[in-house]
Design a protein around this ligand. Structure first.
Ligand SMILES: CC(C)(COP(=O)(O)OP(=O)(O)OC[C@H]1O[C@@H](n2cnc3c(N)ncnc32)[C@H](O)[C@@H]1OP(=O)(O)O)[C@@H](O)C(=O)NCCC(=O)NCCS
Length: 137
């Protein structure tokens, strides 16, 4: 009995992977959206901090596309994809001093997923960027 309750409490505390999401995005497609729609697009999808990060890089569109992919990968990791509750702005990519990207949530997304550990990795190559998100609960 004691062993069983110890096991149950250990099981409750052991972090488990609850979701994985992956996305690949074309830099040229994101570039076209930015060129065609400007702030209408960037203001809807990216936060001010994300825009500031991207525009100071030598190849800003790669970094915009990577952030777009990260948000999509997060929506896949949650298992819901884009639903009515999905807000691009509430899923923000920030970079630690080392350059390592992390997701910062806000609003309803923070209230729903703020108690989970979330891991993000990004990569760029030519016209493609990829993002992987893991949610641990
Ligand atoms: C992090 C590192 C593996 C990136 O590899 P890369 O092939 O150059 O670049 P990729 O396109 O695959 O990845 C770029 C993404 O890596 C991520 N990244 C950067 N530093 C990172 C780190 N310390 N840990 C995890 N991810 C990191 C970022 O998200 C970046 O995209 P972003 O700027 O849009 O956020 C590589 O730059 C590295 O080892 N850096 C540490 C050492 C270093 O900076 N040396 C200076 C150059 S000699």
């Amino acid at each position: 009995m004691i062993f069983r309750s110890l096991l149950t409490s250990l099981e409750k505390k052991t972090p488990m992977v609850e979701g994985v999401g992956i996305d690949i995005a074309e830099v040229s497609r994101i570039r076209k959206s930015i060129e065609d729609y400007g702030e209408l697009f960037t203001g809807k999808v990216f936060t001010e901090a994300e825009k500031a990060y991207c525009v100071e890089k030598p190849s800003p569109y790669q970094h915009f596309a990577a952030r777009f992919a990260a948000k999509e990968a997060f929506s896949k990791a949650t298992g819901t994809g884009w639903d009515d509750n999905f807000s691009w702005q509430e899923v923000e990519v920030i970079n630690e001093a080392s350059g390592k990207p992390v997701l910062r949530l806000s609003g309803l997304t923070l209230r729903t997923f703020g108690h989970k550990r979330i891991f993000l990795s990004l990569s760029h190559s030519g016209d493609y960027v990829t993002a992987v998100v893991v949610i641990e609960g």
